[in-house]
Write a protein that binds this ligand. Sequence first.
Ligand SMILES: Nc1ncnc2c1ncn2[C@@H]1O[C@H](COP(=O)(O)OP(=O)(O)OP(=O)(O)O)[C@@H](O)[C@H]1O
Ligand SMILES: [Mg+2]
Length: 363
Amino acid sequence: MRRRRSFQFDVKNTVLEWFKELVGSPPYLGIDLGSLNIRMYLEDRGIVLREKVYVVKNVKNNEFVVAGDEAYDMLGKTPPNLTVFSPIERGRVSDFDGVLFLLQKSVGKALEPYYKNQLLQRFNVLFSIPMGLTEVEEMAVVEVGKKAGAREVHLVETPIAAGFGLRAPVLENTGTFVVDIGGGTTEISLISLGGVVLYKVLKVGGRDFNSALSNYLRLRYGLLIGEKTAEEIKLGIGSVTETSNDLLEISGRSLETGMPKSISVKKKLLFEPLYPHFGQILDMVREAVEETPPELIKDINNKGIILSGMSANFLDLDEYLSRELKLPIETSSEPEYNVIRGLGFLIEHPSILSRVAIKFAKY
Ligand SMILES: Nc1ncnc2c1ncn2[C@@H]1O[C@H](COP(=O)(O)OP(=O)(O)OP(=O)(O)O)[C@@H](O)[C@H]1O
Ligand SMILES: [Mg+2]
């Protein structure tokens, strides 16, 4: 008898929950769709997902089969009928269907623990988008969001989101200078009074550091390595300003014989191929500082430049840039989460969101 009552109670609760989900306004998902990582923030819950922006496609029937981290794990190991790639190229949607497949999978994963009934998985989306997109490229993001099932799609510029994520005075009459070094781009921006005063986008990111390392090892040591090995080497070389003679053991394939080959290289030498890219970033930051309006230049002098993005995790990159630019540079804690934290802040503060969102689409 008692068991029956609790069963009835459960059914009542579940129906009530469904009813609430059905009539209440759909929750917001903040989505930072980067060139390498996708991050999601769910309203009232926090950051609920981070995974790789990779998909696996069967080239025989053109169907996507796997997405996210699982797809990244298959990189370099697939048979010829499967291809693994990132459907976002330097912040832009380069393969619409690939992004759609990834979004559908990721949104499902993000909502599933909270909204058990798939039919009731209604949601709105706030995307961060890089600076410099054309209107067509912006619309591709809106479209992919809608097709993935979002009721409403809003867009906000990445530097604005990063600024809020950093708890910087974005809306105030003061300049905040942010350099976001991601996987496919480096975005340099100056924010003031809720807008982006100036920006520069450089097509250089962590992925280019990996390619530079691969090329260097091929040309200098006749060693062929895959994308994932290059990533591991990069994460293992330590500090940008390091002068130690520590060795790093690297395994790959000999260019000459085609057989497995291992070499030991001084870690400090592995920075050689990266410096041209660091130099490009440095030049672009310098250019942006030179173009900063006089009224805001004093803010850079006082507050310095904030590094953001996951590639800002390079040890001592801030010290290196500071020495070269003769300006204070600071790396925020967990720089890879600034943008998604900012999207979360905006979702939880709709009145501020309505002031800074750049697009609003409903259907
Ligand atoms: N400890 C680390 N040191 C240096 N680089 C790192 C470290 N950890 C991760 N990275 C690099 O950060 C890059 C990913 O950065 P992030 O996730 O910010 O990019 P994204 O937002 O996906 O891309 P983008 O903003 O360029 O479109 C990868 O190339 C990765 O190798
Ligand atoms: Mg990014």
